[in-house]
Ligand binder design. Sequence first.
Ligand SMILES: Nc1ncnc2c1ncn2[C@@H]1O[C@H](COP(=O)(O)OP(=O)(O)OP(=O)(O)O)[C@@H](O)[C@H]1O
Length: 339
Amino acid sequence: MADDAVSAPPRPGPTPGGLVADVRVPGRLDAHLEATPGEVIAVIGPNGAGKTTLLRALAGLVPVEGAVEVDGASWTDPPRLVRERSLGFVFQDQSLFPHLSAVDNVAFGLRSRGTPRAEAEATAHAWLDRFGIDDLAGRRPRELSGGQAQRVAIARALAAGPDLLLLDEPFAGLDVGVATALRLELSRHLASYAGIALLVTHDALDALTLADTVLVLDAGRVAQTGTPQDVAARPRTDHVARLVGLNVIREDDVFRSFSPSAVTVSAARPEGSARHRWQGRVVSAAPHGDAVRLLVDAGQELIADVTPAATSEMGLVPGAEVWLSVKETAVQTYAHRNP
Ligand SMILES: Nc1ncnc2c1ncn2[C@@H]1O[C@H](COP(=O)(O)OP(=O)(O)OP(=O)(O)O)[C@@H](O)[C@H]1O
């Protein structure tokens, strides 16, 4: 048994059914979401939008009004205890058990679901091996680097093949290189994971590379859902526009977005009949690739990329008054609501 399990780690769980949830936490969150088996949903939004609350509510760590249904079974009526939900989670404050070795941490979830010790350990070793850290199986969490500990935590969450995998900023606090390697590994594991994964992230790259669907939360509500490509191309909130490096303005019932490189910055009011033109004040100027990225307060914040030469010639320092304009042909217009 052990040999089999080590050479061929079990694919996570039987294919579960979908998720349908109306998650209401008074004053903090009011969100509806649906997901199908195998779907990876990136949850993005500004600080305080309710991302962590959503995950904790699905896990049963925060009491919810509404209903959570997974694979046709209610998790809320009657309320199921956290340990009775088919869940794997990596929460920022829910670190590894410090007194258990890496392999025992990974085996813990399996053991608590009744898997015999030897089988649980063999499966845990197989998962550590998949993450390339089985040689560290005997180490306690304090003897692991941040990246290694996070691999153990993700392996632990996946090992029991849960219906729902909840990852709250799994790469936060890791060095860029370590985060990049872990992102690649996670994307491999998510590709063969049969359950539904929700991944909270502040990083557009995570949303674009790991997710099938992006769910944008804003002030406790779902502001937008769609494919990563759609959300990136047609953002409906300022936060997402910033995340993907676009400007977005709202006009009546449409949004208009345009790239910072399409913005012309001038000291005087632009001639002609440019429809899109704003007067504002430079808030900040910072290097951005070969350009300088200006953040301008023009009633709303807009970003514009200019050359370093133009920055010094025009004195584009914080406080400088400027005009911004953008040609109609560089502006993408789309409806306010999902079709
Ligand atoms: N334990 C709590 N009790 C009461 N309110 C809370 C609690 N935890 C969070 N909140 C509030 O609920 C709202 C959503 O917080 P939440 O942590 O879910 O946001 P978030 O999107 O995860 O933010 P961040 O990106 O900063 O982690 C915030 O207004 C927050 O102040």
